[in-house]
Structures are given as C-alpha cells and as structure tokens.
Ligand binder design. Structure first.
Ligand SMILES: Cc1cc2nc3c(=O)[nH]c(=O)nc-3n(C[C@H](O)[C@H](O)[C@H](O)COP(=O)(O)O)c2cc1C
Length: 215
C-alpha cells in the first residue's frame, strides 16, 4: 500500500466485525511498532495482544465505566451541544465511540501498549501509530483509545497482570478488527490554518487548502 494512502486513510474505525484478526496481522503490527523511534532509543515499551474472550469480558465493563466517566466529565454537555447545533461530524464521533463502548467484547482484538520511565510520555505513541498503520495496510481497522489508562488504570492492569510495581503504565488500548464501514479520507482543518512560518501567527508562504493525497 502507498504510504500516503495509509497516512491519509487510517481513521478511527471503531465499528468492526467479530471476525478474528489473523496472527500474521498481529505479528506485522507488533513488528512495525517496535521499529518506531523512542527517546534515546530506550524502547521502554511492552504490548499485550488481547483476544481471549474471557479477558475481553472482564475489560468491557471497565471500558464502559471509563467511557461514562469521560462523558460525565471532559465530554459533559458535548452530545447535547452537538445535537442542538446539528453538528453531524461531532455526533458521528460520539455515536461511534458509544458503539465501541457498547461492543467492547465483540471487538476481536485489542492491542494494549505500556510504557515506563518516560517523563515526556511521548515515546510510546509513534510505536502505537506504526502498529495502526501496519493494521491499515492489512485492511484491519483500529482506534486508539486512552480512557482505560486515564480512568481505570489499576483495574485494567490487574486484569492483565501488569507488573505496575515495576513502573509499567497503560498508555493506550487500540481496538482492532475488520471494518464494517469503508475507508475514507480523514477530514481536518487545513494545514495552512493551523501552521505558521517562523513565528506564531505569521502565515505560511504557501497554501495547503486541500488534501494533497486523494483517493
Ligand atoms: C490520544 C487519543 C485518544 C483517543 N481516545 C479515544 C477514546 O478513548 N475513545 C474513542 O472512541 N476514540 C478515541 N480516540 C480516537 C479519536 O476520537 C479519533 O482519532 C478522532 O476522532 C479522529 O477520527 P478520524 O481519524 O476517524 O477522523 C483517541 C485518539 C487519540 C489520538
């Protein structure tokens, strides 16, 4: 697959079928992940590939509790505001996030990513994104989520037997499965509206009003 196609179409594909993700795809995701950069090349990462229905059934309620916490705190009023404003894009994100919470157990694979001794907290995310791009190349949809780590860290780590006493922290839970919908171009605020030249507020000398890769 063309690199730019993968970059432009790796969306949050939350709605997926329960069909299993083949082990070769899990292997390709992990092998891509561990090629990623990390601060000082520390590679302070660990991953857990969760497919066992029993483990998923124990994590599902924790994920839903975390999602409810997010909705009642950080996202408080967001759904209602989006409804009032008729903001279809925001409503679509909320609906599909709700789907993921409601269907946690049927998502066939979750890739859990852990890190430690990383004050920036940044070293794990290139690896996670590389895993997601590798999944995309194999037609597997992913969605990066962080709510388990934010709201249900210890309970999640307990289910997964994570040695938290050695500093390991859950950074991300990535849902993985074959998409029920179609791949599409990620819509975003154009680059030339969110980037400056040399100093904050100074416009770029070039415009990028439209996606530079199109399907
Ligand atoms: C750091 C981070 C945390 C995220 N956490 C969640 C989450 O907890 N639940 C969820 O459903 N999606 C989560 N997402 C997915 C975003 O909602 C998604 O990437 C965004 O809406 C853009 O989606 P699109 O690429 O399909 O347009 C997260 C994404 C990032 C980068």
């Amino acid at each position: 697959m063309d690199l730019f196609e993968a970059l432009y179409t790796t969306r949050a594909m939350r709605r997926v079928s329960p069909d299993p993700v083949p082990e070769e795809v899990a292997a390709a995701m992990l092998d891509a992940a561990i090629r990623a950069p990390s601060g000082g090349n520390s590679q302070n990462w660990r991953f857990i590939v969760v497919t066992d229905p029993e483990v998923r059934s124990r994590l599902g309620p924790l994920y839903r509790r975390a999602w409810d916490r997010l909705r009642s705190t950080v996202y408080a009023g967001r759904w209602e505001k989006a409804q009032e404003a008729g903001d279809e894009a925001a409503l679509a994100v909320m609906r599909s996030s709700q789907w993921l919470a409601d269907n946690f157990e049927t998502v066939p694979m979750w890739l859990m990513a852990f890190h430690r001794n990383d004050p920036s907290g940044a070293s794990i995310y290139p690896a996670v994104w590389s895993a997601m791009l590798a999944a995309r190349a194999h037609g597997v949809g992913t969605c990066l989520t962080t709510i388990l780590g934010t709201f249900e860290h210890d309970s999640t780590c307990e289910v997964l037997g994570v040695p938290t006493e050695r500093g390991w922290r859950l950074a991300a839970a990535v849902s993985c499965g074959y998409p029920l919908g179609r791949w599409g171009l990620a819509r975003r605020e154009p680059a030339d509206r969110v980037a400056f030249q040399d100093r904050w507020g100074e416009p770029l000398p070039f415009a990028v009003p439209n996606p530079m890769w199109l399907p």
